[in-house]
Every structure is written in C-alpha cells, then in structure tokens.
Design a binder for this molecule. Structure first.
Ligand SMILES: [Ca+2]
Ligand SMILES: [Ca+2]
Length: 194
C-alpha cells in the first residue's frame, strides 16, 4: 500500500455527521480506491458499482466512526446485506455473516447509555451479482429504522464533499495479490489502465 498515492479532489470546511467509508477493490479490503463520508448505510447497488472508481463485483467497504444512542436501553442492530457483513459496536462483535449470500438480515443486541459515543465498525463485501448494504437499529423506545445521520460520527474529520481517490500504480497490484482469483481481476485492470 506504500506506493498508492492519495489526492484530495475536493474539500469543504462544513463538517457533517455520518460514517467514514473506505471503498476497496477486492473482497478482502485489497486495494483502497476511495474514502468518503456516508451519511447513512443504506445502499441498494443491485448489479451496479458503488462508484466509477470501483468494480461492480469483488469490492469491499469498511465503515468506521461512532454511534450515539438516544436512550439508555438494549439496542438491536440489524444488517441487510448481499454479500458478507460484520458489525462491531463498542468493540464487541454483534454480527458476523461473512459467507457469500443473497440479501439477508442479521441482528445482534447490546445495552447502551443515552448520549454516549460508542465506536462502530461495519465491514462488507460483494462477491458477485447484486450488492446490498443497510444498517438499522431499534430499541424498546424506538422503532426499527436506518441509523440516522444525526446519530453517526465519522472516525476521521471528513466533510460532506471530501472524496479521496487513490491512484493505480501497477506495483501496488503485486503487493496486494493474495489469492489466485484476485490476480485474474487485477491482471485485467492493469491491462486496461496502463
Ligand atoms: Ca455486484
Ligand atoms: Ca452479491
């Protein structure tokens, strides 16, 4: 990853809520392509790609930041994903369904205190076909909903318009090749981008 250079395309001084989203090519966070702020995790990409800098299959995303509950209660966190998904809240693994699958809901519970900030990390990949990633919660005082932007805070200082794109040096492919199926994809990309 040392050879990948990052370039700030645009920046803004307006800080907003949301989660930091790191978008990778490869299902195991192989090559970082884009870092941005996502207000919520509510994506129905279906057969498409998350952005023009990512493939429509074999990509992964890691969302990081903090979540702030409104009530001192036991919360249930839900994911709806195609394909794999893992969720941690306050460092505790609540959801782990990392196998390829069609859109599937998973859930886990944790007791939280109102107003406190808890770390949250959500990891996701799409192998092939449709791609879906949604993050919801509920509690005794709160109906199930997509976790709203107002209760999420990114792990880095990101603004609404900041997007970090990564360059595509050929050497970084060699560093990142871990399994044979990925090397096939990377060879194709190298051929088309150089
Ligand atoms: Ca796909
Ligand atoms: Ca899929």
């Amino acid at each position: 990853m040392d050879l990948i250079t990052q370039t700030a395309i645009t920046t803004s001084s307006t800080l907003v809520n949301g989660l930091q989203a790191d978008y990778y090519e490869g299902r195991n966070f192989n090559i970082l392509r884009q870092t941005k702020l996502n207000p919520t995790v509510n994506f129905l990409w279906q057969a498409g790609a998350p952005s023009s800098s990512l493939p429509s299959d074999n990509f992964s995303v890691r969302w990081t930041g903090q979540v702030q509950p409104k009530y001192s209660e036991t919360y249930t966190f839900y994911t709806n994903s195609d394909d794999g998904i893992k969720l941690w809240v306050n460092g505790i693994p609540l959801i782990d369904n990392w196998l390829p699958h069609e859109a599937t809901e998973n859930s886990g519970t944790i007791t939280l205190n109102a107003g406190q900030l808890y770390t949250i990390q959500l990891e996701y990949y799409d192998l092939v076909g449709d791609a879906v990633a949604q993050l919801m919660w509920s509690s005794p005082s709160q109906t199930k909903e997509i976790i709203p932007q107002s209760q999420l805070f990114p792990s880095s200082i990101l603004s609404a318009n900041s997007v970090l794109e990564t360059a595509k040096p050929a050497a970084s492919f060699i560093d990142s090749i871990g399994i044979n199926t990925l090397s096939v994809t990377m060879t194709r990309l190298t051929a088309t981008t150089l």
